[in-house]
Design a protein around this ligand. Structure first.
Ligand code: C2E
Ligand code: CA
Ligand code: CA
Length: 728
């Protein structure tokens, strides 16, 4: 007997019979409850039977003499939780209930008890008994007179059956309980747990956390999966069945509300008899993560890839590249986008960016990428297995496309773009350097007048390297005061004398000698070192102004060049005030030269800044006039004192009639706005004569004076006849 069976063993038997002799007979046949004798044990050992086998069954017999009496005893026994395993019921027990009646009632109160009805031949037939009681596997008919062996076997069998049946019920109960537990666990996880057959039919699914319509047993799981992922999921399930391996998968499904849900899952084979009969999918909702992922990899305004994704894509394309494959990176920057933003507002600026994205995306095929890197900068990765001429043609076509005027909110906008191109070659292995190349090429396209493209070449690479090293050395230059100021005279034609100087910075490099500002000012601007550079310049120039004043040279001004970044920096006023205080210079002798582009970047802000500076007493000149917007419409809003016509317009005068006309027109317009005009880069007597005739106010150029040291400038100022009156 098994351990489990022992737990349910029950040999309690009730005899229900009105005849006391029958009770006696049963007790004789089945034996009374008694202690096992020593003899029994000896016998068991002698015959080397296992103890269990030799163990004779001990029955516990109870007697009832009427049906009702038996019924009550069973009731009481059940209440005490000591139920009877079986009862022998006599068919005829006058004057009370007969056997059938008794059995009927017992069945109501005890679902387990095994019953034996004892009949004589004269009593009911089996069929009649069945007719009265219905078929049951818990009822057996025993014919009188009893056969001793039959009774013994019957009793053993039925009491054992009672135990087995109880055990079975207990087991079922246990299973049900553990299944409920398991179900609760399975339902309480947020993940979807699902069993699928080979065709994706759902055999089991826990609760339905994502509100998907077909996610019920009997449904097909593939239905809700988005078209572009369905094939992949089907293949994966097939693989799990075919190969019996666990697989991971990521895919998107559509919910009832037509929104997208992202799942990440693991599919595990379920084996039966060494064969995969089902696949279990455990999937979690990763939609939130995906949304974040998307945000991290896309530009929200245009929906294009962002810089992060673009760089990663370039990296992966570089990794996969074979020698015969070629691709190019194009950086596309809208010209004067800030101006559009300022004039028409940011909303329109945004619309322009979206439109540009729509235009550019048509030039990009599958496997290529268009990205918005930020601001007004776009980038394209283009697969191009052509020669360089093909690349040039493509870049040109982009320039052409972007030149077309766009109508946005009823305004005509003329966007043009500067494009930098980097062609991948075998030397380039890192995405960052490729992107840097494209950026350097873009920088060139911009500095060569915009609305054009430039391809990166070796010269540019050298330049990049040089710029990096300049940047590093510039820091030291600032610390070690390696800057000097050169002064180039302004000759005022109306007064016939030198009235001031433009202060031009020089870097006296310990090894390389004098370095021109054209080489390091752009680097200083990029690295932000320009603030320190300008501060040093202001300090040196203001000290010089003070020195000249103290020498009795009262009417001498000096102009300092100010970069766009300086000018847009709120602290500029404070810095100047501070320096004026420290040096004791007369602020009205200080001039600032600003380029058109640095003012036009943010017109409103520029007007405000300029007013604050002029209120302090500083004079402002517009430098390099003519190279940028040259808009008198704006100029008139600015509180400026002078316009400096760029050297490029002076260079070919008086021979070039167009330039002559332009210079004359600028002078005339400026005078109408009561703005004085300075001509830059005057190198010849003819140029000077022309400018004098055109009523230009101030001349600057090699013809009347090259940039010189402060000592030289002071010496010349003290000579009094400067410039030589014969020259002017
Ligand atoms: P810029 O402001 O246009 O300065 C005039 C430049 O033209 C100076 O070059 C000057 O030496 C040169 N120049 C003057 N007269 C003639 C002439 O008759 N013929 C020719 N061919 N050139 C002439 P420089 O000193 O090399 O300065 C170059 C540029 O560097 C300046 O152009 C200015 O934009 C910038 N720069 C110079 N000093 C500073 C500074 O302290 N701060 C900033 N932010 N920029 C500076
Ligand atoms: Ca200047
Ligand atoms: Ca200039």
């Amino acid at each position: 007997m098994s351990q489990a069976m022992k737990e349910f063993e029950n040999r309690r038997i009730l005899i229900i019979d009105d005849d006391a002799r029958i009770h006696e007979d049963f007790r004789k046949i089945l034996g009374e409850k008694k202690e096992k004798s020593e003899y029994d044990e000896m016998e068991a050992e002698l015959f080397s039977e296992t103890k269990e086998n030799s163990e004779s069954i001990v029955y516990e017999l109870d007697s009832a003499y009427q049906g009702e009496d038996g019924y009550n005893k069973i009731l009481a026994a059940n209440k005490e939780k000591r139920p009877y395993a079986m009862a022998f019921v006599d068919m005829r027990m006058p004057p009370g209930w007969d056997g059938l009646e008794t059995i009927k009632r017992i069945w109501v109160i005890d679902a387990q008890i095994q019953l034996v009805i004892c009949t004589a031949y004269s009593d009911y037939s089996w069929n009649e008994v069945l007719y009265h009681l219905g078929a049951s596997d818990r009822l057996i008919i025993l014919k009188k007179p009893f056969d001793m062996v039959e009774v013994q076997q019957l009793t053993t069998a039925l009491t054992t059956k009672w135990s087995l049946s109880c055990e079975r019920i207990a087991r079922l109960h246990q299973i049900k309980e553990s299944e409920e537990q398991y179900r609760t666990v399975v339902d309480s996880v947020e993940d979807t747990i699902m069993t699928l057959d080979k065709d994706g039919n759902i055999l089991f699914v826990n609760h339905n956390p994502w509100n998907m319509i077909n996610q019920a047993v009997g449904g097909n799981y593939y239905v809700d999966i988005k078209d572009e992922y369905r094939e992949k999921v089907m293949q994966t399930v097939k693989d799990v069945f075919d190969k019996g391996e666990q697989k991971s998968i990521e895919y998107a499904s559509l919910t009832n509300e037509d929104s997208t849900v992202w799942s990440e899952g693991r599919i595990t084979p379920y084996y039966k008899n060494n064969e995969v009969v089902a696949a279990t999918l455990i999937a979690s909702d990763i939609s939130a993560r995906k949304a974040l992922d998307w945000q991290l990899r896309h530009d929200e305004l245009t929906g294009l890839a962002n810089r992060v994704q673009f760089s990663a894509y370039v990296e992966s394309c570089l990794g996969k590249k074979t020698p015969d494959q070629k691709f190019v990176i194009l950086f596309i920057d809208l010209d004067h986008f800030n101006l559009i933003n300022d004039c028409f507002g940011h909303e329109l600026g945004d619309k322009l960016l979206v439109r540009v994205a729509e235009i550019l995306i048509k030039k990009v095929e599958k496997n290529e990428m268009l990205a918005r890197l930020g601001g007004d900068e776009f980038a394209i990765l283009k697969i191009m297995n052509t020669d360089d001429a093909g690349v040039h043609k493509y870049a040109e076509s982009l320039n052409e496309l972007l030149k077309n005027p766009l109508t946005l909110d009823g305004f005509d906008v003329y966007p043009t773009a500067s494009i930098g191109v980097a062609i991948v070659n075998d030397a380039v292995t890192a995405a960052t350097s490729l992107l840097q190349d494209a950026d350097a090429a873009l920088y060139h396209a911009k500095s060569r007048g915009r609305n054009r493209y430039e391809c990166f070449d070796q010269l540019m690479r050298d330049e990049v390297v040089k710029r990096v090293s300049i940047g590093n050395e510039l820091r030291q230059a600032i610390e070690k005061d390696q800057f000097e100021v050169y002064y180039q005279p302004f000759t005022n034609l109306n007064e016939g004398r030198v009235t001031g100087f433009e202060a031009l910075i020089r870097w006296n490099h310990p090894e390389r000698g004098m370095i021109s500002p054209d080489e390091f000012i752009p680097v200083a601007e990029e690295t932000g070192l320009i603030f320190s550079v300008t501060r040093k310049m202001l300090m040196m120039v203001c000290s010089q102004i003070k020195q000249w004043h103290d020498m009795g040279l009262h009417n001498i001004k000096a102009a300092v060049n100010c970069s766009a970044r300086d000018f847009n920096e709120k602290k500029l006023q404070g810095i100047i005030e501070d320096i004026i205080k420290k040096t004791g210079a007369d602020i009205t002798k200080l001039e600032l030269e600003l380029t058109e582009s640095s003012i036009m970047d943010d017109v409103e802000n520029s007007i405000k800044n300029m007013r604050m500076l002029t209120d302090m007493g500083v004079n402002i000149s517009i430098d390099d006039f003519g190279t940028g917007y040259s808009s008198f419409g704006y100029i008139k809003k600015f509180t400026i004192d002078k316009l400096k016509i760029d050297r490029a317009f002076i260079k070919d005068t008086p021979e070039d009639r167009d330039d002559v006309a332009i210079v004359e027109a600028i002078i005339a317009m400026a005078h109408r706005l009561r703005i004085k005009v300075v001509a830059e880069g005057v190198e010849t007597a003819e140029q000077l004569a022309f400018l004098k005739k055109a009523k230009c106010d101030v001349i600057q150029g090699y013809f009347l004076g090259k940039p010189m040291t402060s000592a030289e400038a002071t010496k010349r100022l003290l000579e009094k006849d400067w410039p030589n009156q014969e020259l002017i």
